[in-house]
Structures are given as structure tokens and as C-alpha cells.
Design a binder for this molecule. Structure first.
Ligand code: AMP
Length: 420
């Protein structure tokens, strides 16, 4: 027997009818952005590996442990994108978008790849919808973007998404905080790997989930106490705008996030129904990222919402997703001539906006009617070869079982009337 295959570990296939929910979530996340001037951007699924090393940061888990990197046949080092911001910023720099009208507002939707330990809500191939606003450091832009994320979750019917906010400071005050934090962390009783992290990426130590580490962090300095005046004013303005917009949030002085490029406003959308994970989305400012990847000064703010985890959150809250009936009318031909006629009828129905399907495969009446029931259609049209002579077919209401004879020439109009 020849070998059969399974999808790779940490991935899953999206199959109908569940796949409709993923489409619905992506559309609901994008809809608020489209009404706010965000244009759709698509960048390659792979980029130069160095883009992520320099952008996301070599000391992060994402870059040091989780990237799908390989050398191409042409000896280029490339990586399947683990996140969307670096590629969008690369593209904005390459195409000099910063030279036009600011801010540049962009949104994307697509697949991302991280070699993580798979578990509920954590996959190696996952789906995000993201948004980036480039070129300005206006705090109103931060508030607008955060509010658009809040809207997306609310429009999906989710009621238990929490917004956590923090400010991480900038190139002036962050190094001061980093040094203060390092000094504190060096005094703790930590294992060798965590001590290494203290030197490389001390802010990430705050994120350590282990109770024995958390217990020692109670008195750790918080970044809010080290913010410079400019960052303090910026964050105060963001909060003011968010309050004006009626957005609720909780201050999270320890929120740091896993990517190095964040500055100033940082936030996460959390939900408790995901199992081991809690983040359904996150983002923040990255005012130095463009320069880190060789571009001009170009501040930016963005978020990425996890589509797969949002679906988990919806299931946890028991949110009903609108299921679009895939089929309104099911056509059942009995004979070759009837099939020719009904294939055309089905095409006519679809052109007039009615979802229709046909019993393919030359099944008998019983088998075809089973297909009609399974299709979820409300109406079935049954036509035999002999009916073509009289020009009259049978229209059956699949819910009530009621059946009426309808002239084939009128059938589109009759169906349209019955469906409205
Ligand atoms: P991040 O870039 O890590 O802030 O991720 C943004 C969002 O993408 C997270 O809040 C998750 O909802 C989602 N996400 C990140 N990594 C994964 C993963 N491995 N599997 C599923 N969703 C993920």
C-alpha cells in the first residue's frame, strides 16, 4: 500500500461548514478597519530572515526558537513570517509610502508560522488579521486603532474580551528602566537560563509564568515609574482619547509582550475561555522599527488579532455565528434531458442571487431527495424527462413536504417569491 499522509504537527485543516466561521471572523475584524481608512496590503509569506532578526529581535523566543527558516536553492536565507508587522514596515519603506499622505493605514489577513509547542489555541500555522498605522506618533491614532480592535470583538458578539494596556517607554527612558529592572532581577534566585534572559531580554522575565519566579517579582520596578515626560504625556493622551471613545481597559504595569520592537503604547486583548492561552490579540507602538530595518524614521502603531483563538473564544462564550445557508434550492432531475434543463435552471437561479445546487451523479428519486434534505435547501425542484413535454415541474417545500406543480417557464419567479 502506498503511504498516506497527515497534516503537519501543530496545523489543522479548515473544513466546511466550520470554515465559514473563520471567514466570518476575518470579515468582522476587517470591517471596522475598512470604515476607518485602512487599505488592504498583502506581502509575501516569506521574507529575508535578517528582517525578523533585526525587526522582531534576536533575543526574542519568536526569533531564537520559533522561526521556520531555510536556505533557498539560490542560497538566500528566508523565513516563513512569524508575524506581520516587520513585512508591512519593510514594504512601506521599500515603496516609500512614508513620502505620501500620513498616516499610512494598512490592514492584512493571512497565515503566520511559529515552531511552537502545539496545544489548544497554539498552533504552528495560525491566522491573524492585523492593522498598522504608519508615519505619525499621534496618540489619537493609538486610541483609534485600539478602539477598532474593541469594535471587532464586540461586533462578533464577544462580551468577555478584556483590554490590558501599558506603556513601555521609548529610546530615552526604556534603557533606564531596563537597567533598573536588570539590577533588581540580578538579586533574585533564578535558574541559569532565566539569568541569561535577565542579561539579554530582562523585560521578558516579567512574563515568566512559573509561580516560583512570579513570587519573586512582587517588588519588581514597573516601567510606569521610569517613563520620561514625553512618554508620560503620550500615554496620558492615549488614555484620554480612549475614555472619550468609551473604551474600557485595565492598566497592566507588567505587560511586556514577546516582540522587541514595541515602544510606548502596548496592549493585549485577553479572554479566559482559551485553555492555556489568554491572548486573542495584541499590539502596540513600534516607533523605532523602521530604522531598525534600515528605513527612515517612521513611527507606527499596530495590532494583530488571532483568528483561531477568536473562534475558540466565541465557542467558549457560546456565541452563535450566522450560518449562511449554502443552498436555498435543490434541483432533482430524473433523466438525461431533465438534467440538461435543470443545470440551466440552477445557473439562472444563481445569477438572480439564489443559492442553488443540483443532484449530480444521476441518482434515483430517493437518493436525490436525501441529497436535497442534506443540502439544507428550503425548496426542491423535481423534473423528469416526461415533464419536459408538458413544461411543468414539481416544486416541493422541504420543511412542510407540500408540493405544487409549476410551469418551468415561471419557476424562477415562483421560487423567488416563495423565498422572500
Ligand atoms: P503576537 O504577534 O504574538 O502578539 O500574536 C498576536 C495574536 O496572534 C495573539 O494574541 C494570538 O491571538 C495569535 N497567535 C499568536 N501566536 C499564535 C499561535 N501559535 N497559535 C494561534 N494563535 C496565535
Amino acid at each position: 500500500m502506498t503511504q498516506s499522509f497527515q497534516g503537519p504537527k501543530g496545523t489543522f485543516d479548515l473544513l466546511p461548514p466550520d470554515s465559514e466561521l473563520w471567514l466570518h471572523v476575518r470579515e468582522a475584524m476587517a470591517a471596522p478597519l475598512r470604515t476607518a481608512g485602512y487599505g488592504y496590503i498583502e506581502t509575501p509569506v516569506f521574507e529575508d530572515t535578517a528582517l525578523f532578526e533585526r525587526g522582531v529581535g534576536e533575543s526574542t523566543d519568536v526569533v531564537s526558537k520559533e522561526m521556520y527558516s531555510f536556505v533557498t536553492r539560490g542560497d538566500d536565507r528566508v523565513t516563513l513570517r512569524p508575524e506581520g508587522t516587520a513585512g508591512v514596515v519593510r514594504s512601506a519603506v521599500q515603496h516609500r509610502l512614508y513620502a505620501g499622505q500620513l498616516p499610512v493605514k494598512l490592514w492584512y489577513s493571512g497565515s503566520f508560522f511559529r515552531y511552537e509547542r502545539p496545544q489548544a489555541g497554539r498552533y504552528r500555522h495560525f491566522s491573524q488579521v492585523g492593522a498598522e498605522a504608519l508615519g505619525l506618533d499621534d496618540p489619537a491614532l493609538d486610541a483609534e486603532l485600539v478602539a477598532l480592535g474593541v469594535r471587532a470583538f464586540a461586533d462578533l458578539g464577544l462580551r468577555e474580551v478584556r483590554l490590558l494596556m501599558n506603556s513601555l517607554g521609548d529610546a530615552t527612558c526604556r534603557p533606564v528602566y531596563r537597567a533598573r529592572l536588570q539590577e533588581f532581577l540580578r538579586s533574585l534566585d533564578l535558574d541559569a537560563e532565566t539569568r541569561r534572559r535577565v542579561e539579554l531580554n530582562p523585560l521578558r522575565v516579567l512574563d515568566d509564568k512559573r509561580p516560583e519566579v512570579q513570587a519573586q517579582l512582587a517588588d519588581a520596578p514597573v516601567v510606569a515609574d521610569s517613563l520620561c515626560d514625553a512618554c508620560r504625556a503620550h500615554y496620558a493622551a492615549v488614555r484620554g482619547h480612549l475614555a472619550d471613545l468609551g473604551v474600557d481597559w485595565a492598566e497592566a504595569p507588567r505587560l511586556v509582550r514577546g516582540l522587541d520592537y514595541y515602544t510606548r503604547t502596548t496592549f493585549e486583548f485577553q479572554h479566559d475561555g482559551l485553555g492555556a492561552q489568554s491572548a486573542v490579540g495584541g499590539g502596540g507602538r513600534y516607533d523605532g522599527l523602521s530604522e531598525d530595518v534600515g528605513g527612515p524614521p517612521m513611527p507606527g502603531i499596530g495590532w494583530a488579532l488571532g483568528v483561531d483563538r477568536t473562534v475558540l473564544a466565541m465557542r467558549a462564550e457560546g456565541v452563535e455565528a450566522p450560518v449562511s445557508s449554502r443552498c436555498d434550492v435543490y434541483a432533482v432531475p430524473l433523466g438525461a434531458e431533465a438534467k440538461r434543463r435543470l443545470l440551466v435552471l440552477v445557473d439562472e437561479l444563481r445569477r438572480s442571487g439564489i443559492a442553488a445546487d443540483l443532484a449530480f451523479g444521476d441518482r434515483g428519486l430517493k437518493g436525490a431527495m436525501k441529497g436535497a434534505d442534506r443540502s439544507g435547501a428550503r425548496l426542491a425542484v423535481v423534473v423528469g424527462d416526461r415533464d419536459l413535454e408538458t413544461g411543468v415541474g414539481q416544486l416541493k417545500d422541504l420543511a412542510t413536504g407540500e408540493q405544487v406543480a409549476v410551469p418551468l417557464d415561471d419557476v424562477v419567479a415562483v421560487i423567488r417569491e416563495k423565498l422572500t
